[in-house]
Ligand binder design. Sequence first.
Ligand code: OGA
Ligand code: MN
Length: 293
Amino acid sequence: MPINIRQVGPCFAGEVEGVDMTKPLSAEEAAAIHAGMDEYALLVFRGPVLTGDQQMAFTLSLGEIEPPSKASLRAKDDYRLPDTFADVSNLDKENKPMARDDRRRLFAIGNRLWHSDSSFKKVPAKYSLLHAHSVTSKGGNTEFADMRAAYDALDDDTKAEVEGLVCEHSQIYSRQQCGFFDLSDVERERFAPVRQTLVRTHPVTGRKSLYLASHAGGIVGWPVPEARLFLRDLIEHATQPQFVYSHKWGVGDLVMYDNRQTMHRARPFPENEVRDMRRTTLAGDVPTVEQVA
Ligand code: OGA
Ligand code: MN
């Protein structure tokens, strides 16, 4: 069956038919998916629940995965999944929903703020592949915003103002925004800020996009409150309904999104229900700007 993609979002987001995710993609199929990602920035695949090995093999047929890193507050011996997966569930190692006031949970729900995956890493992520094993009876959508359309819709003065700006990204800053300050010195050290350009240019299409995230807590050379307010205005602009696709999850869905061209956020759901989402992540190839020591 040939691969077919039809648009499902307002200005981006496609749904793919004709792909069997239980097997790695052939070279021709992978090329069609990359071309679809260049155009739509997000692709929805529907299928059966994949084993870890199947999701990994499917992911690896599109590129190299991001090296494992400690981006959550889970200790190594507390992992439910292999460290090559991001555990985006609300579950502990025994597959039980974490208590409402569990520190790991309170850190993790920071993903309800708009963000781009791994923007707090020197080489940020390319694609994320988020796969649903269990979904909740209500809530729990993931919303995605098209940062190319958001860039295009800026007025000329703002386009000139954002050009060349460099932001500092850290999970410390995103968690400050939701009132989570409970980090040890070791964790603060691990979450030290990195620099990212505010405007990115897609290497294939040449389209510009705003590279924003709640992890961005400063702009190099700007006073902090002014930078944060400017970034907040840009995020508000970029997440207007005409730029947003909201995905309502079904079991077996896999959503692949390009972190270079989109932002996303999780929406709340009943905290006593199981929401089991597993993410594999393809590595970006270069830092967006030179880092300082
Ligand atoms: C992620 C993420 C949102 C969600 O996997 O990176 O932000 O709805 N997920 O689970
Ligand atoms: Mn995310």
